[in-house]
Write a protein that binds this ligand. Structure first.
Ligand SMILES: [Zn+2]
Length: 117
């Protein structure tokens, strides 16, 4: 593979999947650039680190994005399930007409808030 086929400054351990992004902090002009020099070893298993191709980088980023999307969908489903529970029990509490008007108002407010989401 040619040099341009690799992501500058990104290295990966072939044994444990440790990932290293090496950067130079250029104090004179405040920029950050890739430090594309080999030599670091994996801190987990001391294996030499390998360069990462753009294809592998893209596939890894897609895997991360899909995992995050799945987490978001699960979280949204759980929020909806809990919102329905709050609405159910909030409605029951609201209908019970609490003797304490402050408590009744907080029940009504919580119920209205749960319905609006
Ligand atoms: Zn390793």
């Amino acid at each position: 593979m040619t040099e341009s086929a690799y992501v500058p400054g990104v290295w990966k351990c072939p044994k444990c999947d440790f990932r290293l992004i090496q950067s130079n902090l250029n104090a004179l002009d405040g920029t950050v650039t890739a430090r594309d020099q080999p030599g670091d070893k994996c801190p987990n298993c001391s294996s030499p680190l390998w360069r990462v191709s753009w294809k592998d980088e893209a596939q890894e980023n897609m895997r991360i994005a899909e995992n995050q999307l799945n987490r978001a969908l699960k979280a949204e489903a759980e929020v909806e399930r809990l919102r329905r529970i709050v609405c159910l029990y909030g409605n029951r509490a609201r209908m019970s007409n609490a003797a304490d008007p402050v408590l009744q108002q907080s029940i009504d407010d919580a119920f209205a808030q749960a319905q609006n989401q």
